[in-house]
Ligand binder design. Structure first.
Ligand SMILES: C[S@@+](CC[C@H](N)C(=O)[O-])C[C@H]1O[C@@H](n2cnc3c(N)ncnc32)[C@H](O)[C@@H]1O
Length: 177
């Protein structure tokens, strides 16, 4: 199934910069750049991860935490986080930043693992023993979380415990009244 993570731009929108991938070494970012014909910025706070990003004229790497990013507001058409959101120590802070840097009407895609089930409970225990936050959401809780951040979307099962949240930044999401 083909999934669009970059909704159409609307007339009059400015400051568009392509796609931001948060958390990763670059393999996904390179594939995204080719598949979407887009500029991709990969943001990760771990120098050892950033070092291996295969940068090019369309793929760049920035050392940053999702919770405090050095990007302008509305700079990106979409952000994607694959197998990394449960590592973020301040998920509401990261979500607010993601909404800030993505334009209104832009896309937010999060690939995550559903914590339900014995195998996942063991994985979460192992992550916590390693000092990781291991903050997983069920698909229902993920949709609710993003709705509260001004991002409407849906969750679809991908395979095994993996699901994908695909949402759109609503008008006024960064400045809720
Ligand atoms: C399991 S790896 C994800 C790998 C990714 N799926 C890929 O294909 O390259 C998790 C990543 O999340 C990053 N990470 C952890 N905390 C983060 C944060 N606060 N903001 C952004 N990235 C973070 C880690 O440095 C790590 O690179």
């Amino acid at each position: 199934m083909r999934v669009s993570i970059v909704p159409e731009r609307r007339a009059g929108q400015r400051g568009l910069h392509g796609v931001l991938q948060l958390g990763g070494t670059g393999a996904l970012g390179v594939r995204l750049s080719q598949a979407l014909d887009a500029d991709v910025v990969i943001g990760d706070p771990t120098p050892q991860m950033i070092r291996y990003v295969p940068t090019s004229d369309r793929v760049s790497a920035v050392l940053t935490r999702a919770e405090a990013m050095p990007f302008n507001s509305d700079e990106f058409d979409a952000v994607i986080v694959s197998d990394a959101f449960h590592h973020f120590r301040n998920q509401p802070g990261a979500a607010a930043e993601m909404v800030r840097v993505v334009r209104e009407g832009g896309g937010i895609t999060v690939l995550e693992l559903d914590p339900a089930g014995l195998g996942m409970r063991l994985l979460i225990l192992a992550e916590k023993l390693l000092g990781e936050p291991g903050s997983f959401f069920t698909p229902e809780a993920m949709c609710e979380f993003w709705r509260n951040e001004g991002v409407e979307g849906t969750c679809e099962r991908v395979n095994g415990p993996t699901y994908r949240f695909t949402g759109t930044v609503q008008v006024g999401a960064t400045n809720p009244t």
